[in-house]
Design a protein around this ligand. Structure first.
Ligand SMILES: Cc1cc2nc3c(=O)[nH]c(=O)nc-3n(C[C@H](O)[C@H](O)[C@H](O)COP(=O)(O)OP(=O)(O)OC[C@H]3O[C@@H](n4cnc5c(N)ncnc54)[C@H](O)[C@@H]3O)c2cc1C
Length: 446
């Protein structure tokens, strides 16, 4: 029986633990948080069909409700666009703790041994191979260590450089956020739609939202690319008080500082004895709120790859098929979104105001900017052309738009061309090319 250690009980970690335990692997999971207090004490949006895709039951009905409707507002707050609602229950707002508790219950029923309040201190390496972890000062050995410890995984930095696993997300790779929940002003009118998202709020590189959820809480998020100061957060909050009579200063849940992954997937997500799943591999589609599903799908595909190939050794060569599957299904299209995102952040607020106000972008177009599409992750040529079409309607931005979309398509094509069979030299050559695209864009070289 092969031994697998999973670090972290995010959605991806819990899912892969359950799949492998059910198939007879000896699976041990270490989570630093306590049982019942893992993940966030709030709801986030997912597509409901993720449970069917992963072949598991959905969580109990009290854990989710219909996703709320969204309004996007221009930086000058003069114009707004409504995101058309998806079909009923196609997308749901799910309790983060409820979802993780559900996945943990499934993993434990399948035979995984789960340890809460148990942080993994570091990886154990023998030469270039990961052979275990250190927990409570003790070395525990395993054939495979799955790193599902989230965006700030300290373990990536321990992996030998030859595998191309980046230690950090790099510039433009994170949205520093603050999220708090407030008592609703009962005298204020209920907003319609319930959720408002400010693009480049107060002209900053990021977003703010104010959302009256169906638990009658006012949910506030303020996010900025790479840095969010306390002062900027307070200014945005002050502005939200003015524009949202529904928002009071009575705190329901203390504000929490968070990191939201914004960059495309790491070029190396496997090494000898080691695989990354979820945010630890930067698997969120930049700005599209898809990290939960991406993490669950990655957990599913890693599990399926291992079960179907049943390797004697979990080296990078044997795990490579998982990386290929991930890039073919999701990772390559995320690269396009990352490149376009980097451009969008550089457009000045006046141009965004124009885009909102000129009538070129319609409410229907906004469906492309949410996860409300039939398949939000597989970008067809039609989707891409439609996105290009949205941008091309703006005369001022046409030159820039063409340049950046072409860069994005080029990045996606590079990502798609990862070697299908593992050969260290070929893999490294591809990783350099892939990583350089984003680095060069950041340095303004492309
Ligand atoms: C404000 C906010 C809003 C979001 N909204 C959405 C949304 O609407 N839809 C969506 O799909 N995604 C959303 N996301 C992104 C989503 O939260 C992540 O993409 C997703 O949770 C990634 O899951 P994961 O499986 O990688 O694990 P994580 O959820 O990152 O969990 C990692 C786990 O590892 C544990 N851990 C860390 N270090 C150690 C250690 N050393 N030892 C043991 N355990 C450890 C942590 O305690 C944690 O439980 C949002 C994120 C934020 C912050």
């Amino acid at each position: 029986m092969k031994k697998v250690i999973v670090i972290g009980l995010g959605q991806g970690g819990a899912l892969v633990a359950g799949k492998l335990a059910l198939a007879g692997y000896d699976v041990e999971v270490f989570e630093r948080a306590s049982r019942g207090a893992t993940s966030h004490d709030w709801h986030d949006d997912i597509r409901f069909d993720i449970f069917e895709i992963c072949g598991i039951a959905p969580p109990p009905t009290h854990c989710y409700t219909q996703k709320s409707k969204w309004l996007f507002v221009s930086p000058d707050e003069k114009n707004s666009l409504k995101v058309p609602p998806a079909k009923p229950m196609e997308e749901v707002s799910v309790s983060r703790r409820g979802l993780v508790d559900h996945l943990v219950a499934l993993a434990e029923e399948s035979g995984a041994k789960v340890h809460f309040d148990t942080p993994v201190e570091r990886l154990v390496l023998d030469g270039d191979s990961v052979v275990g972890v250190v927990v409570d000062g003790e070395e525990l050995h395993a054939d495979l260590v799955v790193d599902a410890s989230g965006f700030n995984s300290p373990f990536r930095a321990q992996i030998p450089a030859k595998f191309g696993v980046p230690a950090e997300a790099g510039k433009g790779g994170v949205m520093k956020g603050w999220r708090g929940f407030f008592v609703r002003n009962e005298e204020a009118e209920t907003p319609n739609p319930e959720s408002t998202l400010y693009v480049k709020h107060l002209d900053g590189a990021g977003i703010s939202w104010c959302n009256l959820n169906d638990r009658n809480e006012v949910d506030v998020l303020i996010g900025r690319i790479d840095t969010l100061t306390e002062e900027d957060k307070d200014k945005c909050l002050e502005a939200l008080y003015k524009s949202h009579p529904i928002l009071t200063d009575q705190v329901l849940k203390e504000g929490k500082w968070v990191d939201i992954g914004l960059r495309c997937t790491a070029g190396g997500i496997v090494a000898d004895g080691y695989a990354l799943v979820g945010d630890s591999a930067f698997m969120t589609m930049p700005f599209m709120g898809s990290g939960i599903e991406a993490s669950m799908k990655a957990g599913l595909w890693l599990g399926e790859h291992i079960i179907s190939t049943n390797p004697d050794k979990f080296d990078a060569e044997h795990l490579w098929g998982y990386q290929v599957k991930y890039f073919e299904e999701l990772g390559a299209s995320y690269t396009l979104v990352d490149v376009v995102k980097r451009w969008a952040l550089n457009i000045n607020p006046d141009e965004i105001n124009w885009l909102f106000g000129c009538g070129a972008v319609t409410n229907e177009d906004m469906a492309l900017l949410s996860t409300d599409t039939e398949n939000p992750v597989k970008l067809t040529l039609g989707d891409i052309l439609k996105k290009v079409g949205i941008l091309l309607k703006n005369g001022h931005l046409i030159g820039q738009a063409i340049k950046w979309v072409l860069k994005g398509v080029n990045a996606m094509n590079v990502a798609k061309k990862l070697p299908k069979k593992y050969n260290l030299k070929k893999v490294q050559k591809w990783q350099n090319k892939y990583d350089n695209i984003i680095v060069k864009i950041e340095r303004g070289k492309q």
